[in-house]
Design a protein around this ligand. Sequence first.
Ligand code: PMP
Length: 388
Amino acid sequence: MSLNAQQDNAIYFDYQSTTPVDSRVLQKMLPYFSEKFANASSAHEFGLSVDDDVEEAREQIALSIGAKKNEIVFTSGATESNHLALSSLIDLLISSNKRHIIVSAIEHKSVLDLAISLKKKGFTLTILPVTTSGFIELDVFKNSLRKDTGLVSIMTANNEIGTIQPINEIAEQCAINDLIFHTDAAQAIGRVPFDVNETKCLLASLSAHKIYGPKGVGALYVRGNASKMGLLPMFLGGNQENGMRSGTTNVPGIIGFAEAIRIAKFEIESDNSKARRQLKTLWDKLKNEIDGIKINGGIENRLPNNLNVCIEGVDSDALISGLANVAVSNGSACTARTITPSHVLNAIGLSDEESRSSIRIGVGRNTTDLEIECGARKIIEQVKRLRG
Ligand code: PMP
């Protein structure tokens, strides 16, 4: 199948998976592929000028989340940032005898699988359950804290059901108990106000392609700066990013990331209110026409552009493959090609069958009211067809 979201009749409802690059972002990036192509580490004039632009971009990104410039480490995206945050702390945690880690059951697999793999290195792990609405309960979290807890990693907003966790309170508890708190904020940036002065996290993972920036670039926020916290790099070599992440700097990506985050911060209110209105219209249409449809996850405190629904008795693979020119997803895109039911939907109590009957609909900056109208109609028609 070749679905091009620019086609007149194509409807892209998968903004949690990725977003198109905003044309303003693309314009900012273009010169860095051609005339400003120099290596930012080179000592000649061309390199120094590009390096200045990278530093300006770093400042812009830091400013957008209330951080300082030297607290931003550029990476290839949130997967790498999550790995950098967790695995670079291993030695520090072992040397301070803090071998207990806490994560939630609905973390992105890049956190969850990594945390599980650390058990082989002698760590113990608590995987916090969530409520049927998809939230961590503070009391359960507090009760899970132990003398040897060293690290807590809880995402800000979930990529499948969109629930926003009480991370300010969790971060506060971590600060009181002198624990390292990391949050995967990949889905939150640009949709939820996120400021590291309010959320007292020590580490936060960001990704550009969720906010209309390019793929393959992200950042790790490190409070105070990485060497001060004792983080060890995963990649050694050219000592880029103050030694925290060797590898030739992805200049176009970083420039695009900075512009994307600047626009996202500026347009958050208008983006969110449009998304809320459109999803409400879509949901009203679906629930009026489809029996046995329910929203997965709580309806309060969730990303404004996310709707995850379970449609009784309808196989999501059959639904998706029958939806010509409409892109929705089942589970999260990163693991969507596997046939295992979503760990997030299971964590909120859905059976495997319910999980396999669920789809995620995500709207975004380019979604039109007409697409909501047509998309809803196509989903309804396909559900009716499948139910025979
Ligand atoms: N964390 C979350 C919450 C995500 O939604 C994603 C993307 N699906 C990632 C991490 C991975 O991000 P990236 O694609 O930038 O590696």
